[in-house]
Design a protein around this ligand. Structure first.
Ligand code: NIG
Ligand code: FE
Length: 385
């Protein structure tokens, strides 16, 4: 057993109700990590002895960020598509085919190296857990490969064979859905925890409510848990379907009716908001305030992907949520820790109570308030213990 004592913490966010305010803050704090788990938390003046000591010299420590939605397994470049959008081109999911072609053409080692760089980029910005989806393979072999490689980096892997109908299958959508719920699911499920679908009537490439229902129920029958891309490009059936099927999370939630908000508030399904997508597609931001006031659980994630948001920065998402989505700094920080952990049905991450995984993120600042207060400044990094 090796115990590491972290001292010099000006402000420690624990999410433990025993401590101050909605975030469970301890000031002038210390925390002990023993073999990867939090074993003691409290005021530095009461700290026990330990084998090792790390002094963070007056900084703020928060639970490691949980990025519960990303598409990191891809090759290729779509920066020109982004530039076109900034001058008025709308987003409809058509560019996904460009990433599919480049991803299929990459070798295993190339994909692995790209993924390693992206996961490291996230960790260097404070993210200690990341969910990673497939969805740029879109045939049996390439979807299986994407998940097999993603599994080398995270247990939170998601089968997204139903991202879009790939170009070669456009003549026969239902044959493609048959493939997804048949051979593709069979090949992918050993490497996946979750199944997801892009349910979006406003994209000709994505899936209808009936198609999405087929994919999700087949995934569930195959032992996977459910997540949904819903209500991104306009009002639609994604949120209601996710709630009806008991999905852990429905992500985007950009366009919500009152019924959608009510359904989310009276369910266990987390509303995951992805404001980097609104930023990078010039779309209106969803209101986090409306969801929180109604009683829904809200998570924030990056959606890091080559099309709608090529940002791995959780601190940017916090700043956008506070500036544009009516969320307080406390709510935004909670959404990238407790909220996103809940969307992954995890209770060992997203907080720093005794027994949690010792995932600590340190801020080059005395308080978490500096995250939205100092936008664009790389304040956060995961602490290597
Ligand atoms: O979550 N909306 C669907 N899928 C991704 C974007 C994928 C892409 O454009 O490459 C998203 O926004
Ligand atoms: Fe996504």
């Amino acid at each position: 057993m090796t115990a590491t004592l972290v001292t010099g913490i000006a402000e420690l966010v624990t999410h433990d109700e025993a401590y101050d305010g909605p975030l469970g803050i301890v000031r002038d704090a210390a925390i002990v990590a023993t073999d990867g788990q939090v074993s003691w938390v409290g005021p530095a003046s009461d700290a026990p002895d330990a084998d090792r000591r790390v002094d963070v010299e007056g900084r703020c420590v928060v639970p490691g960020f949980v990025d519960s939605h990303s598409h990191l397994v891809f090759a290729g470049d779509r920066s020109a598509e982004f530039a076109a959008r900034m001058t008025g081109e709308p987003y409809d999911g058509g560019g996904i085919a460009v990433s599919v072609e480049a991803t299929r053409a990459a070798s295993d080692d190339e994909l692995r190296a790209l993924l390693r760089t992206r996961v490291a980029e996230m960790r260097a910005q404070g993210t200690t857990t990341v969910e990673i989806k497939s969805g740029y393979g879109l045939d049996v072999a390439h979807e299986e490969r994407a998940l097999r490689i993603a599994r080398e980096f995270t247990d939170e892997t998601t089968f997204l064979g139903a991202h879009v109908v790939p170009p070669e299958a456009r003549g026969d959508r239902s044959a493609y859905v048959d493939l997804v719920v048949g051979d593709m699911l069979e090949a992918c499920k050993p490497y996946a925890r979750w199944v997801d679908v892009f349910c979006e009537p406003h994209s000709p490439h994505a899936f209808t409510e009936d198609e999405a229902r087929r994919v999700l129920t087949a995934g569930r029958d195959g032992g996977l848990e459910l997540r949904v891309h819903g209500n991104q490009l306009g009002h639609g059936p994604g949120v209601a379907l996710a709630v009806e099927l008991g999905a852990a999370s429905v992500d985007h939630c950009t366009y919500l009716s009152d019924d959608d908000v009510e359904a989310l508030a009276s369910s266990e399904t987390v509303a995951t908001l992805l404001p980097g997508v609104e930023f990078s597609t010039r779309s209106p931001y969803p209101s986090g305030r409306r969801l929180i006031d109604a009683g829904a659980t809200v998570a924030l994630a990056t959606d890091c992907n080559p099309g709608t948001c090529y940002s791995s920065s959780i601190v940017l998402m916090i700043a956008l949520a506070v500036r544009e989505m009516g969320m307080t700094p406390e709510e935004a920080l909670t959404a990238v820790t407790l909220g996103s952990a809940r969307s992954l049905r995890r209770d060992d991450i997203g907080h720093l109570r005794v027994g949690a995984r010792a995932d600590l993120t340190v801020l080059d600042a005395p308080s978490y308030l500096h995250i939205p207060y100092r936008p664009g400044v790389p304040l956060a990094r995961a602490l290597d213990l």
